[in-house]
Design a protein around this ligand. Sequence first.
Ligand code: ADP
Ligand code: MG
Length: 228
Amino acid sequence: MSDPVLSIRGLERTYTTGAGPLTVLRGVDLDVEPGEIVGLVGPSGSGKSSLLHAAGLLEHPNGGRILIEGRDCSDLSDRARTQVRLATIGFVYQFHHLLPEFSALDNVALPQMIAGASRRTARERAAVLLTELGLSQRMEHQPAQLSGGEQQRVAIARALSNRPRLLLADEPTGNLDPHTSAGVFESLYALAREEGVAAMVATHNFELARHMDRVFALKDGHLEPQRF
Ligand code: ADP
Ligand code: MG
């Protein structure tokens, strides 16, 4: 058996606030297996982003360990953590964070070129991903020329461009109307499956979450398995 793509062990996160310490994660444990799509639900403020940021090695938790493909990354240098992140993890955020001056195609090609791919190879893969996401007619558009749903599709293609083993999505459809949201979500889900990437997707929309392999709710700093 291969290692889980992501193992979270005893994760704790406490913020210092004006009103005193605020503990949002109280010993979270989770394994995400290769190719598995896990949903993370919970109301605003329940700690979804805190969990994703720690899992993605973007922040240091106050306690616990994060293992990526069996490798404990908790005590690595920032530089080594960045390397793991670039090689293994793709992110999608609530707001797309695309580069405004670049076309959709270049937004998806650039991370690959930074990782060492030739311009041609990078653009070819970008075109494949964007086509999969229904954007074959939008590749030369800049982000401002795209709808919100289209922008998020480009962000999804960008996150998958370097073939990560783990996709972390933080309310990727949180800014979209319900109809657009469902479509984008379906695309993300289908493409993640096709690419065989493991994913953890935070959403406050239970309706969207129920299509995932497993769903957990963050409650009082712990993960509770959800049954539908
Ligand atoms: P969610 O993504 O589920 O909305 P977050 O992880 O963003 O939840 O936040 C959980 C709680 O932690 C919230 O009450 C939020 O205000 C608080 N919080 C998040 N980041 C910080 C921070 N850097 N400093 C202080 N409090 C924070
Ligand atoms: Mg959040």
